[in-house]
Structures are given as C-alpha cells and as structure tokens.
Design a protein around this ligand. Structure first.
Ligand code: SF4
Ligand code: SF4
Length: 275
C-alpha cells in the first residue's frame, strides 16, 4: 500500500500497478549496477508494471508494436525521479528495467504484483504477461513510502498449454532455442530455423506461449489487457514490411525494439515469410 503522495506521482503518468518491497528481500543479481551510484545504499524498491498490449500485430511480437519501452523509462527518469526527490528530500531515487540489479520477476511476485508463469514470465490478472516490469531503488526508508506486504512465491495454473504450443520445444526442455531468439540471429539461419519462421509467420519475436495462456484469454475477456499509457498507444506499427522499413529513417527506425539487431535481420526474415 503506497502513501497517497507517492501513488499520485505514478497515477500522473498513468501507471496504476505499483508495489513496495524492502531491498533486503530482493535477489541481487547485478549488484555492480548499484555500486556505480556512488555512496548509494538502497533500502526500498518501488516496483511497477508497464502494460503495453494494444493489439495482435500481423507478423511480429506484440511488445514491439509500440516504441521501445527503454525510452519511456528515460522519460520517467527526467520527469518522475525529480518529483520523487523533491517529495522525499533528501533521499535518492534510481530507475531500472530489464538490465536490473535484481531479479525483477521474483521481486514482482514477492511484492504481490503477479505470479510466476511456466512460460518464464510474470503473469497478472489484468494484463497476463503483456507488461514490462520496472523498478525504482531508493535509500528512503519503506515507512516513508507506505507499507510492503510480502507474498509467497506464487506460480501460475500450471496448465501446460504454453509448453504444448511452444514451436521450438524450448519450454518442454528439448534443448532448443526460443523462436524469438532465432528471429534475432544475425547471418544465415538453418533450414529448420527458416521453416519455423515461415510456419509461425514471424519476422521478429514469438508470442505463442503468451497467446495460448488462459491468463491472456481472461484478461482479454475482462478488457483489462489494453494499456492506458499514452506512450505505448502512440506511433504503433502493426505489420512489418520491407516497404515500411524503407520509409523509416534511422531515427524513426531506432525508436522500436525490432531495430536493435539492424535492418538486415528483419529484411532476411521478411523475405523468408514471402517464400
Ligand atoms: S516465445 Fe515462442 S519459442 Fe519462445 S518459449 Fe514462448 S512459445 Fe516457445
Ligand atoms: S499457459 Fe498454463 S502453464 Fe503456461 S504460463 Fe499460462 S497458466 Fe502457466
């Protein structure tokens, strides 16, 4: 439970799902990221969800429909963090996502934001797995921010639908590579890899284990799955094509998550889908 003053700062950015955790309860994996912040000794973590789902794209993963969420975190660093530092002076605040000092999924489960899915993702009632996790570390004592309720490490329904549907077999422990990783490989793909891209019609990423999950069905039926965060609603792309890529200059292209392996990887994949 967050104090009203803290909750209001997140609500102003359309961020609804926020929870607290004592730093001592987090599994630290990359402590060096915090050591870079000289003299900073975190005592509390503010975890929050960034739901991104808007629609199912034609030939790539739903997380890449909107602009890269790392840029959204940078925006928050420039807008939300100064407000937090002002409201809770003299304490310090640092935001992380993805490349985080802690195990984000575990921390999100322990803070009560969701459960851990067999597909390896955080699952929530509202958004299923279609959210990014982010966190803000602070040396402010937890009592100043609100109350943290520690939750047991809860898991999903364990129905196994994701494992059965997984095209590469990675979720069944068959030692294969995730199709999402295959779409991001540079150079030539093997005949089997090419077949997977064509069969599952993907030029970037794979959402199969997310789409078959009953949490997704429930979140869609309830209508809660859709993001309300303006950043994720603007400048969306629903279908990738070589014509679209040709029309994008480097700046526009670089705004999207599918850009990080370069144009050639996408063009190779798109060509395969046409064959
Ligand atoms: S993203 Fe696709 S290939 Fe990867 S684990 Fe999920 S279903 Fe399997
Ligand atoms: S499909 Fe079933 S087993 Fe897989 S993550 Fe969803 S609830 Fe869990």
């Amino acid at each position: 439970m967050l104090k009203d003053s803290l909750s209001a700062l997140f609500t102003a950015h359309c961020i609804e799902d926020v929870a607290l955790l004592p730093f001592s309860e987090c599994k630290v994996q990359k402590g060096y990221l915090l050591e870079k912040k000289e003299g900073f000794c975190p005592s509390s973590v503010i975890l929050f969800l960034l739901p991104y789902y808007t629609e199912t794209p034609d030939n790539f993963s739903a997380y890449a429909v909107c602009r890269d969420y790392h840029f959204f975190i940078r925006e928050l660093e420039n807008t939300l963090l100064p407000k937090l530092e002002e409201a809770f002076s003299p304490y310090r605040f640092y935001a992380f996502t993805d490349h985080s000092p802690i195990d984000e999924r575990e921390a999100a489960v322990r803070s009560g934001l969701g459960v851990f899915g067999k597909n390896g993702l955080l699952l929530t009632e509202k958004y299923s797995s279609f959210q990014f996790i982010a966190e803000i570390f602070t040396d402010a004592p937890l009592s100043l921010l609100g109350e943290a309720k520690l939750h047991p490490f809860a898991t999903c329904f364990q129905c196994g639908a994701c494992q059965r549907a997984c095209p590469s077999g990675v979720l069944r422990g068959e030692g294969k590579e995730c199709l999402s990783a295959i779409t991001q490989k540079k150079g030539e793909l093997s005949a089997d890899e090419e077949r997977l891209l064509r069969q599952y019609h993907t030029a970037w990423g794979c959402d199969i284990c997310q789409n078959v999950c009953p949490y997704t069905k429930r979140a869609k039926e309830a209508g809660t799955i859709y993001t309300k965060i303006p950043y994720f609603l603007e400048k969306r792309i629903c279908s990738l094509s070589s014509d679209l890529l040709a029309s994008m200059d480097e700046e526009a292209f670089g705004q999207y998550a599918f850009a990080w392996r370069g144009r050639q990887v996408l063009l190779r994949n798109l060509k395969l889908l046409k064959e």
